[in-house]
Structure formats: C-alpha cells, structure tokens
Design a protein around this ligand. Structure first.
Ligand code: FES
Length: 90
C-alpha cells in the first residue's frame, strides 16, 4: 500500500537542450489530458536531463512501465496516454 500522496505513474520528459525545443506540445497535451481525466493524484511529471538521444528528440519515458518514446509528437503522446496511462490509472 502506497502513501496517500504517492503517485502511481510518472511521465519523465527530457528537458535537455534539444528535447526542450520540441517537447512543449506533447507535454502540454499530456498535462491537459491528466487534468481532463482527473488523474492529478495518479500521474506526475518529472524532468530528466539529456538522455544522449538528442537525434530522437523529444524523449519521454513512462514509469513504472519503463516505456520509452522517441520523437514524441502530440499524436504519439495521445497513443501513450490512451494505451498505457489511462488504462493503468483505473
Ligand atoms: S536533449 Fe533530450 S536526449 Fe538530449
């Protein structure tokens, strides 16, 4: 049993130089979805430093599932949310 304030899923987003340029839209989209579905207690966001995959920017990672996504667009973020985040939050 987790603590009350323990979130269940964490979306890590790379906020290095390169990813930071491209992650705004998918990040905004995911944040919006989380609010819309009332998942603020279950899903949290955390920054990570450059992951050395700048060519594939922007990089996102979902824990605890350990799912890594490269070249994340809003479309890919939508898939990630619907396929992995939403089902696990129920
Ligand atoms: S800035 Fe994200 S992998 Fe380098």
């Amino acid at each position: 049993m987790g603590k009350k304030d323990e979130k269940e899923q964490v979306i890590f987003f790379c906020d290095g130089k390169k990813c930071g340029k491209y992650n705004k839209d998918p990040k905004a989209y995911l944040k919006e979805q989380i609010v819309d579905f009332g998942l603020e207690d279950k899903v949290t966001f955390r920054k990570m430093d450059c992951q050395g995959m700048c060519k594939k920017a922007p990089i996102f990672c979902l824990e605890p599932q350990d799912i890594w996504k490269k070249e994340v667009t809003v479309k890919k973020a939508k898939k990630l949310f619907e396929k992995h985040i939403l089902p696990k939050s129920k």
